[in-house]
Ligand binder design. Structure first.
Ligand code: GLU
Length: 490
């Protein structure tokens, strides 16, 4: 049975790299009809951020990455939060002590500093070997009884080469002489990540560990821990890093990194998930748009890429635009409404909800194809919601053959007369069918009439056309806008 996990530390908001790791782990479990677990790794209390744990869990759920087992979902291998598993880690570290694979270490901060300094001066990594490595258990117990502070360290075997296979990077060999006697249990009684992770992945029956590349250097220690315990290690897949467009690791310096920033900037969760899935995984087809079920269907571990992937904000924007364009308009209206309420309450309250639903739907349908993000909506829809202050210079267009304002005024009057033949709001097609033949009859070009008309209705150089504007604004408002500009030109 395939069992994967995502093991975030509650130290802040979810990074898109973290979301991708969770996504791949989730997909791999689902693809194999297995289980996906979320385990909270909160053994470093100094780095914990209040509220981060719930925010992480909420974000995963929002993206449809549902845990089969977690602090919320429950499960047979709980607790799914490490701070509630302290007795378990103590029990297992006790076994290592008994076996002689771990030892009590009483080294002081000053001694450790001196070691660090020595290594720094030498300019090389000198793995730490404690002077307490070989004292007897009785000696150690006496020190503890005397109240001396201690940590428990792993006793890295001497003169060995630790070898393991990473599913992505292949066979990796590290001499044990290069590995520190890693702390397993800290002075505060908390395990380190290394001990907790190895014990938990075993007890939680994890078969595949998909995690960030930064954990690769620690993996020899983990492999050794599994061996010391006599357990079979899971398969490891250390995922490539996501780079910014400057080819440096994606960070605050070269772009947005937090999932929440993308949501705030108007990206749809489906599009973001789709895009990040493709950063480190090759579908081996030309297909680019994948829903979550389609990703599960198409995914394979051998499509994971070894080379670091580059995050291209333009590509994400393009993809987001595709998702927005393809969404049924009524769904988009709901999504926009949620989005505006949360991130642009001013527009939401003063503009969006002050208009009736039919009007909003019509506006959304009109600008949908041009919205690349939800944040584009207030800008692209402005001409529908607010009467423009028309800059008369915009009425002129050499290309359209309108070179002076008298001509522009005549064109507006011409258009207005046609519009006024309707007694109720015409559809865009009805207006077009009335307008185009009249323009031809008058021996004019379409642009000569329609350009100024559109500018009078929108105040913008680029906008929806005069027919669409009239249909959506309604007869009365359209007439009023045109008349106002004519008056301005008088
Ligand atoms: N808690 C670790 C982190 O925050 C998880 C590492 C792992 O998946 O083993 O990155």
């Amino acid at each position: 049975m395939t069992r994967t996990r995502f093991a975030p530390s509650p130290t802040g908001q979810l990074h898109i790299g973290g979301l991708r790791t969770a996504l791949y782990a989730y997909i791999w479990a689902k693809k194999n009809h297995g289980q996906f677990l979320v385990r909270i790794e909160d053994t470093d209390k100094t780095r914990e951020v209040e509220g981060a744990r719930d925010a992480l869990l909420d974000t995963l759920e929002m993206f449809g990455i549902h845990a089969d087992e977690s602090i919320r979902a429950g499960g047979d291998c709980g607790p799914y939060i490490q701070s509630e598993r302290l007795p378990i880690y103590r029990e297992y570290v006790g076994k290592l002590i008994e076996q002689g694979d771990a030892y009590y270490c009483f080294t002081t901060e000053e001694e450790l500093e001196a070691h660090k300094k020595k290594a720094e001066e030498a300019g090389i990594m000198i793995p730490f070997r404690s002077p307490y490595r070989d004292i007897t258990l009785a000696e150690a117990k006496a020190k503890i009884a005397a109240g001396e502070k201690y940590v428990i360290r792993m006793k890295i075997p001497k003169g060995e080469v630790i070898t393991f296979t990473d599913g992505l990077k292949g066979k990796i060999s590290v001499p044990s002489a290069d590995i520190d006697d890693q702390v397993l249990l800290k002075t505060d009684g908390f395990p380190t990540y290394h001990l907790a992770m190895a014990v938990d992945d075993h007890l939680m029956k994890i078969t595949h560990v998909l995690r960030g590349d930064e954990w690769l250097p620690s993996t020899p220690k983990h492999v050794l821990l599994y061996r010391m315990f006599g357990w079979e290690a899971p398969e490891f897949y250390h995922l490539s890093v996501i780079l910014g467009s400057d080819r440096k690791k994606l960070s605050k310096r070269n772009g947005d990194t937090h999932v929440s920033q993308f949501l705030e900037n108007g990206y749809l969760k489906e599009a973001l998930l789709n895009y990040i899935a493709l950063i480190g995984w090759n579908s081996k087809t030309t297909k680019e748009i994948f829903s979550l079920p389609e990703l599960i269907e198409a995914f394979s571990l051998d499509g994971l890429q070894i080379a670091n992937g580059i995050f291209d904000p333009e590509k994400l924007k393009w993809m987001n635009g595709k998702y927005i364009a393809a969404m049924p308009t009524n769904e988009l209206v709901d999504r926009l409404s949620e989005y505006l309420k949360q991130y642009n309450p001013e527009f939401y309250e003063n503009t969006f909800i002050t208009h009736d639903a039919d009007f909003n739907n019509a506006v959304v349908a009109e600008v949908q194809k041009r919205c690349e993000t939800l944040a584009d909506f207030p800008v692209l829809s402005e001409c529908f919601y607010h009467e423009p202050e028309v800059d008369t210079a915009l009425l002129l267009s050499e290309k359209m053959g309108i070179t002076d304002l008298t001509q522009a005024k005549e064109a507006l009057q011409f258009g207005l007369d046609v519009i006024k033949t309707f007694t109720s709001t015409p559809s865009r097609d009805a207006l077009k069918d009335a307008m185009i033949p009249k323009i031809a009859e008058a021996g004019k070009k379409n642009g000569q009439i329609l350009w100024p008309l559109r500018v009078a209705l929108t105040g913008k150089e680029f906008s929806p056309g005069a027919f669409e504007m009239t249909e959506i604004l309604g007869l009365e408002k359209a007439i009023a806008r045109i008349e106002k500009v004519i008056a301005k030109l008088a």
